[in-house]
Design a protein around this ligand. Structure first.
Ligand code: HEM
Length: 132
């Protein structure tokens, strides 16, 4: 299987098993770092969180595949998030939490090939080397 179908395959299996993964990603984030909850106090509807999750997911998919926009977009978001008070480690962790959730959701269906692709995406989105 080539790259794009593999990524889509992950997302389809995840959606079949847990529906929208977005809320679970934020559950995990706030369990790890409860102080971040306060940053979303103006997001009662959850629309900012939903948009942020979708953008992050698009960046992961782009980074694993065509690499058309993710590096630039993530560099810009990294800077704007520093203004919100999000550290570089917290920013990068968001991508990892998404991949962790996918791995846990797929369980035995998570293959070494999938691990390699999603790790490649994570490595391409690391902004910390220059910023730390
Ligand atoms: C733990 C990590 C992160 C935290 C705590 C965080 C926090 C926030 C907060 C508080 C906002 C709302 C800002 C405002 O409008 O006042 C926001 C918006 C946004 N974040 Fe993040 N962020 C994180 C990681 C990321 C990552 C990795 C991306 C990757 C693309 C991202 C993309 C966005 C986007 C696109 C928005 C705008 C959404 C909208 O207003 O419609 N964030 N983030």
């Amino acid at each position: 299987m080539s790259l794009t179908p593999l990524l889509e395959h992950t997302l389809e299996l995840v959606a079949d098993r847990i529906g929208d993964p977005g809320p679970r990603v934020f559950e995990r984030l706030f369990l790890e770092a409860p102080d971040l909850l306060a940053l979303f106090s103006n997001d009662a509807s959850g629309s900012v969180r939903g948009e942020m999750f979708l953008r992050a997911l698009e960046c992961l998919q782009d980074a694993a595949g065509a690499g058309r926009f993710a590096t630039g977009l993530v560099a810009a978001e990294h800077l704007s998030h520093q203004v919100y008070g999000v550290t570089t480690a917290q920013f990068e962790r968001f991508f990892e939490i998404i991949v962790d959730l996918f791995r846990d959701t797929l369980g035995a269906d998570w293959t070494p090939e999938l691990e390699a692709i999603w790790q490649l995406a994570l490595s391409r989105l690391r902004v910390g080397a220059a910023a730390r």
